[in-house]
Design a protein around this ligand. Structure first.
Ligand SMILES: Nc1ncnc2c1ncn2[C@@H]1O[C@H](COP(=O)(O)OP(=O)(O)OP(=O)(O)O)[C@@H](O)[C@H]1O
Length: 772
């Protein structure tokens, strides 16, 4: 397990870490983004950019506490940048706090800078075989060892200040002395595990971890008295953590005009310089590079709100006040011979196989990128270009799903497919458990039933027309049941719920690889309906392209799957339905004329419910019985008042609307009798209106005052309505306005008397038309 870990349950796959990782050392697994440790350089950027705190530094506190418990005089070293991170404490207070934690002695890491200064000077003066690259920043060392191995030989063979002071302590106090280094650097945690420098430092803590330890122990160093540091007292080395500091600390004279010495810090500067060196675009004598912006003070170790400018000035202040830092005098001869400061480096580059152009193309195509324009290079996946993302997919670092436009498109398609499947399932349920009987004894329903019986047994294509909810699908099922295909499948497709391309593949099937997501050959619904019937609902909504394909299938009796060449013969009877005006479609050009004639062989037009209200009471009782069954509630009947109100309604939603109203009322009724109050409020309003034409049986009683009165009122009402219509030239809205009656109510009254506004348009020129 490496120093940077992922809290899997916190990762939200935003790819922020992938986007920001300078060496693409993050691999996206199914549910989280994980650090690839042998590519990671420990820069800590992923920790900074993860808003969910899913990237975390492996806990070293527990191990440090174990070291402290063993009581063999553990030593702590404070990294060079501590004055910038513990600005609220005097150095002596920090030392006191560490002693309270159990450390026997505290050293300053800056002393390590001064230990290696001589080596740096010597190497710089003697020059090398190429540019010398400073090796004191562990992130830079990792970057070169893991990603720019051609520069490994340029790294200065000298240990970092951390390892130098660690070796110094082990040498002077004994190799068994536990040494804990505390700094802002995460890469230090990687460095101590590297074989080349093993044995100098046992544990690396960040400043944040140290603060946590103080909190856990309830220690407040701001209230403590100063305690002294141990070991070598540093001087100019204190300037090391800021930019330009190494020149001061190593005593290298840097002339502004001297191109032999180059110094940089920060991700961009460091990467640019290393790339220039790797490509041999520049050949300076010595380059000093640190990965963090502004030097070690830019490290990620502690949540410090100070800017690099104020941190820099804190370091410079600490340098000026260095004489006030309390120190124990170092024992004489303790560091007489000095530790070994040499180290070597290893080529740790792991070659990732480069994809061929063909592999890149295949991956791009798998994410819907077929042309140059499809490559948006939006960067949402974390890679700057679609091609780089494709290469990462090939190398196992990334997933196709990371492509945001692709994922959104796929989700949309999935949603559409699920909707279609849901509808199909619902229809299947309705077919299995629903009522397939066509109810109604009115003449219009009678006509429909006669046509069904006539056309059913023939192979003729049928076009069912009518408003929504008038029973078109029910009629299609009845035709199928009356045919000699009744024992074969009836496949129903609602053409509005699928996009054009999906509908084509649903109907005719597709071949593997013909489009994104076509992972296997799939048979279409025409094939599924072979030998039986296919019912295409809402056929008026299919696009001209699909209309052409459908016409071809009807003419040839053969289907061709999307992406396939070989046609398959099918024997399918087609029933289509629409509530759109296809003749108008032909005129306006949105419906093919040839297909229209191909479909319009035998047409059944469903009458709207308002034109067959005689059957309404029968339908109501039919729906009450099915609601009772569905709700498992013994509905006993419906009030006459409620039926009367239902009869007065205009029924724009037709039979489906009636069915829903009855089911809702059945849910609401408390005594198992559907009452007027259980219907929507509009029906209570309608109940207050004048009685229906014909009235109730009782009111019709010949000679009764009530009957007589109703009869006369009806005559007067009808002649008044005709007058209003005549005056308005057949314009119903205008007539309703003049009569001061809401338009809908006026319509209902017209309907009750069998009047039509259109008839009065002519009436203006032909007064003999009575409009009824
Ligand atoms: N004559 C009828 N007898 C009994 N139930 C009917 C009758 N007509 C329609 N229904 C019922 O009304 C509901 C709507 O019918 P259907 O789905 O067949 O209408 P549609 O015209 O195909 O609707 P859409 O145009 O919205 O697809 C269904 O539950 C159906 O069972």
């Amino acid at each position: 397990m490496g120093p940077i870990q992922t809290a899997k349950d916190r990762c939200r796959k935003c790819y922020s870490c992938v986007r920001n990782c300078p060496v693409k050392a993050i691999k996206v697994k199914e549910h989280w983004a994980e650090v690839i440790h042998d590519r990671c350089i420990g820069c800590g950027i992923c920790l900074k950019v993860c808003s969910q705190k899913a990237k975390q530094i492996a806990d070293c506190i527990t191990q440090t506490l174990r070291i402290l418990e063993n009581d063999n005089s553990p030593v702590a070293i404070l990294g060079c940048s501590y004055p910038a991170f513990f600005s609220e404490l005097r150095p002596g207070q920090l030392v006191a706090g560490l002693q309270k934690l159990g450390f026997a002695d505290i050293y300053e890491g800056t002393a390590g800078v001064e230990l290696i200064a001589g080596q740096y000077q010597q190497l710089i003066e003697s020059g090398g075989r190429g540019p010398l690259i400073s090796s004191h920043c562990p992130t830079i060392v990792d970057l070169i060892e893991r990603h720019y191995p051609q520069l490994v030989r340029n790294l200065m063979p000298v240990v970092s200040p951390m390892v130098a002071i660690g070796r110094h302590i082990k040498q002077t106090r004994g190799a068994e002395t536990p040494v804990v280094y505390i700094s802002s650097c995460i890469a230090g945690k990687f460095e101590v595990s590297s074989e080349e420098v093993a044995g100098g430092v046992d544990m690396v803590l960040t400043y944040r971890e140290l603060s946590q330890m103080f909190r856990d122990r309830g220690l407040d160093p701001t209230r403590m008295k100063d305690a002294p540091f141990s070991g070598r007292k540093p001087d100019r080395g204190r300037l090391f953590p800021i930019s330009g500091g190494p020149f001061q600390a190593f005593d290298v004279h840097n002339d502004f005009l001297n191109a032999d010495f180059v110094s940089t810090g920060g991700e961009q500067g460091a990467l640019e310089l290393i790339r220039d060196l790797a490509a041999q675009r520049i050949t300076p004598k010595w380059v000093d590079i640190r990965f963090c912006e502004g030097g070690c003070i830019g490290g990620p170790g502690k949540n410090n709100r100070l800017t690099n400018f104020s941190k820099r000035s804190l370091i410079i202040d600490a340098f000026h006040q260095r004489h006030e830092v309390p120190y124990l005098p170092e024992k004489k001869g303790a560091a007489s011979s000095g530790p070994s400061l040499q180290r070597s480096f290893t080529n740790k580059f792991k070659h990732l196989k480069n994809p061929s152009g063909e592999s890149i193309r295949a991956i791009l195509q798998a994410t819907n990128k077929f042309t140059q324009e499809d490559e948006l290079d939006c960067g949402a996946c974390g890679y700057p270009t679609c091609r780089e993302h494709a290469a990462a997919v090939y190398q196992g670092l990334a997933d196709n799903e990371m492509c945001l436009p692709f994922s959104i498109k796929r989700l949309e398609e999935d949603r559409v497919i699920l909707t279609q499947k849901y509808e199909l399932a619902q229809r299947a349920l309705a077919q299995e458990f629903g009522d397939s009987a066509i109810i109604g004894q009115d003449p219009r329903t009678g006509d429909v039933l006669k046509l069904i019986r006539q056309v059913g047994p023939t192979p003729t294509t049928v076009l069912i027309r009518g408003e929504s909810g008038t029973g078109k699908e029910l009629t299609a099922r009845a035709i199928h049941q009356h045919s000699n295909r009744a024992d074969k499948p009836l496949v129903t497709v609602n053409c509005t719920t699928l996009t054009d391309s999906l509908l084509e593949s649903e109907l005719f099937g597709h071949k593997r690889g013909s489009f994104t997501g076509a992972i296997a050959d799939k048979k279409g619904l025409f094939e599924a309906a072979n030998g039986g019937t296919i019912f295409l609902d809402e056929i008026g909504d299919i696009t001209p392209k699909l209309q052409a394909e459908l016409l071809r299938v009807l003419d040839s009796g053969e289907i061709k799957p999307v992406g396939g060449n070989r046609p398959t013969e099918v024997d399918v009877r087609l029933i289509a339905a629409t509530n759109r005006n296809l003749e108008e479609g032909v005129e306006e050009g949105w419906f093919r004329e040839d297909l229209f004639y191909r479909l319009n062989v035998f047409t059944i037009t469903m009458p709207p419910l308002r034109n067959r209200t005689e059957s309404l009471p029968q339908l109501v009782h039919h729906f009450l019985a099915s609601a009772s069954k569905r709700l498992n509630k013994p509905i006993r009947g419906i009030e006459d008042r409620a039926i009367a109100a239902l009869l007065r309604y205009h029924w724009p939603g037709n039979i489906r609307e009636l069915q829903n109203i009855i089911e809702r009322a059945s849910v609401l009724t408390q005594d198992n009798i559907v009452r007027l109050e259980n219907l929507p409020t509009i029906f209570s309003e309608l109940a207050l209106e004048e009685p229906l034409l014909g009235g109730t049986a009782k009111a019709q009683e010949k000679g009764s005052l009530r009957g007589q009165r109703e009869k006369h009122l009806r005559i007067v009402e009808k002649s008044l309505l005709k007058k209003y219509l005549e005056d308005a030239g057949g314009n119903v809205s205008k007539a309703a306005r003049t009569a001061s009656i809401p338009r809908r109510t006026f319509y209902r009254m017209l309907e009750r008397h069998g009047l039509k506004g259109a008839a009065f348009k002519k009436a203006a020129s032909s007064p003999s038309n009575d409009g009824s």
